[in-house]
Write a protein that binds this ligand. Structure first.
Ligand code: ADP
Ligand code: ZN
Length: 670
């Protein structure tokens, strides 16, 4: 069996995705590889295909128990012999897995890094043939990353104890140079082939909104998505709790997750979400790593995260199944203060020197700045993010809120001069709120106390809205005329760039929104089809009988493909994205009979031209090209005396469709 056979037979995919084949080839030829691919790109296939083809066992090191269980479940569903070892197993289960492994019962064993220390396990591994070690979430070896796990430092020691050095594959979605070098050095990869696919996730739609009231905006966003699964990230535990309560009160099927909850509650809530018993997960950033739920259709950030790395990782949990998904960030100015506070008050890392800690903090500040600019930019959001990660990007992606918004450039030099001079005259020791109050002539306590009402700039922008002044202040920062200094409530200082503006020698221009076009998703979602719901129902019956999450039976993408292709034979069923032989054997009959029944009842034909599915009432003009191409053949076959079933098969159509065609041609009676 070659790699393509394995891919189609076990995984049901017709082709490798970008980067996958290169990694597979490298590992199969005995070389080490480091694959840097965004979430959802399909890293698992890169080591699972070689694992099946190599002669011995592959050990997969994976950091989170929940992820392991799901991955192993998925493999078993696909007919691949796999097991996992972590502390969720009882002693007797553990012994059984070790015994089975010694007999060669598995091709793939997932282990938690903590296990690499245990002597039972290393003894076993010395006895059996280990062809490959795949290190998932490999960035966990790096102290520079967000998710450093000291136990990852044991990986190399473990490998050196094996009787023969296996092939090593490392996989991550994080790609800063420091992390990349750490992975190569700490795991001692041998001249590895580094495969980077780029960061773009074409199926994600990015938007940044600046609602007056986040709660009501959120409700309106959720209302249009009640049948979809989604995650709402909040900055604090407290916000998670109040927001989750609020959503439940409003009738949404919400649950919550943060590190302050008991272990039981966390597991229960997570399962409710993964198993589709609850559709909305309200969580802090503690939720997500290791949650392998592929049908998350939106990720909303109620608060701005502290850097783009986190944002990319968290928002990237949407659309892992390749379906269209939304990443929405609700930005508010106070988010900036919360982030600055988190950076300032973070405990120093005892493993780093004070200088290193200080450098780390400064880098965090720098990263925050990029996050803020992402929220405020009027350029393409996808482009901003891709460039930040070192990718090339087109100017206009056409698939983010900025690309769908029109902007006009306006000259705000006069306003900028007023703001800058107010900052200077008040001594460069106040924040944006005070400056805007002075400019608007507000006589509040603070202003009276500091006697700011006696300043010459007091009230010189009386007619301006507070939001307008704020907006210009933000743009002045973005363009480098001012900087914010300090944490909590930072003060504004002017930079050298502002002097030419004050002297009238330079102009300040900003982009202003004209109007937002309504968003239209590019791909029609099969999810609107009644058949999709029928298939979903069957899937959920099977899943609950087996006690596994629904997406392990079939992903939404597979169901959508069924709605498109309407497979009624086993061969046709195999052509569905994500259907391999094992799934065909296990579930083929049930799905095929439901599809045949639906197709016959509604007289639908498969969508071969990638257009929307057609049914009787819609045949009309879409019917014509079909006739042109095929009528002659169809007539010929019918006149030869071929059965309708046979003709249907020849044309890849349902019988109903052929019958209605023949009727239309006047060959058979109504
Ligand atoms: P990652 O680990 O990179 O986040 P996964 O390995 O979980 O991504 O894969 C993401 C999704 O893409 C899964 O639903 C998987 O089944 C699907 N997938 C992976 N490779 C392919 C492929 N070659 N063709 C179609 N779908 C694929
Ligand atoms: Zn864009």
């Amino acid at each position: 069996m070659d790699k393509f056979d394995v891919l189609s037979r076990y995984f049901g995919y017709t082709a490798f995705r970008k980067g996958q084949e290169e990694v597979v080839d490298c590992l199969l030829s005995g070389g080490d590889s480091l694959a840097i691919m965004p979430t959802g790109a399909g890293k698992s296939v890169c080591y699972q295909v070689p694992a099946i083809m190599l002669s011995g066992i592959t050990i997969v090191i994976s950091p989170l128990i929940s992820l392991m269980k799901d991955q192993v479940n998925a493999l078993v569903q696909q007919g691949i012999k796999a097991a996992y070892i972590n502390r969720s197993l009882t002693d007797s289960q553990y012994d059984r897995v070790l015994k089975n492994a010694a007999f060669g019962a598995y091709k793939i064993i997932y282990v938690a890094p903590e296990r690499l220390d245990s002597s039972d396990f290393t003894n076993l591994c010395r006895k059996i043939k280990i062809s490959m070690v795949a290190v998932d979430e490999a960035h966990c070896v790096s102290q520079w990353g967000q998710d450093f796990r000291p136990s990852y430092l044991n990986v190399n020691k473990f490998i050196s104890k094996l009787s023969k050095r296996p092939i090593i594959g490392a996989f991550t979605a994080t790609a800063t140079d420091e992390v990349k070098n750490d992975i190569i050095n700490i795991l001692k990869l041998n001249n590895p082939k580094v495969v980077t696919t780029g960061f773009d996730r074409p199926n994600l739609f990015f938007s940044v909104l600046r609602p007056e009231k986040k709660d009501s905006k959120l409700i309106s966003l959720l209302k249009g998505r009640s049948d979809k699964s989604g995650i709402i990230y909040c900055a604090t535990r407290k916000k998670v709790e109040t927001l989750c309560d609020f959503l439940i009160e409003k009738g949404f099927s919400a649950t919550r997750y943060h590190a302050g909850l008991s272990n039981e509650e966390r597991i229960k809530n997570q399962d409710d979400f993964v198993y589709d018993r609850k559709t909305v997960m309200v969580a802090t950033n503690a939720f997500g790593m290791g949650i392998d739920k592929s049908n998350v259709s939106y990720v909303i950030h109620y608060n701005m995260p502290k850097n783009l790395e986190s944002y990319y990782q968290e928002s990237g949990r949407a659309g892992r199944d390749g379906q269209e998904a939304d990443c929405i960030l609700l930005y508010g100015a106070s988010d900036v203060q919360t982030c600055r506070y988190f950076i300032e008050s973070a405990e120093p890392n005892p493993q780093l020197t004070p200088e290193q800690n200080e450098a780390f903090k400064q880098r965090e500040e720098e990263r925050l700045k990029h996050m803020i600019f992402y929220c405020r930019t009027s350029d393409c959001l996808r482009g901003y993010m891709l460039k930040y990660f070192g990718d090339e990007a087109e100017e206009n992606c056409g698939k983010c809120s900025n690309c769908l918004t029109k902007f006009e450039t306006v000259d705000v030099t006069i306003q900028a001069q007023k703001i800058l001079s107010c900052i200077i005259r008040t001594g460069q020791k106040f924040g944006a709120a005070v400056i805007s109050d002075v400019l608007r002539g507000k006589k509040n306590e603070k202003i009276k106390y500091y006697e700011l009402d006696k300043q010459s700039t007091f009230g010189i922008m009386r007619d301006a809205e507070q939001t307008e002044i704020r907006h210009i202040i933000e743009k002045l920062e973005e363009q480098g005329y001012i900087i914010f200094v300090g944490a909590g409530k930072p003060i504004i200082k002017v930079t050298e760039m502002s002097y030419p503006v004050l002297k009238g020698k330079a102009k300040v221009k900003i982009k202003k929104t004209i109007k937002i076009k309504s968003k239209k998703k590019t791909a029609e979602q099969a999810a609107d089809s009644p058949l999709f719901n029928i298939l979903k129902q069957i899937r959920s019956e099977i899943a609950s009988k087996k006690g596994v999450p629904a997406f392990l039976i079939f992903s939404d993408a597979s169901l959508a493909d069924m709605c498109k292709k309407l497979p009624v034979t086993p061969e046709e069923f195999l052509s569905v994205n994500g259907v391999g032989e094992n799934k065909l054997n296990q579930y083929g009959d049930r799905f095929i009979s439901a599809i045949s029944e639906y197709a016959a009842k509604n007289d639908v034909i498969p969508d071969n031209q990638n257009s929307n599915k057609l049914n009787k009432s819609e045949l009309g003009s879409a019917y014509e090209p079909w006739i042109e191409k095929e009528t002659e053949k169809l007539r010929f076959e019918y006149e030869l005396g071929m059965s309708i079933g046979k003709i249907a098969k020849n044309h890849g159509r349902t019988r109903g469709a052929i019958r209605s065609r023949l009727k239309k041609e006047g060959l058979i009676e109504e």
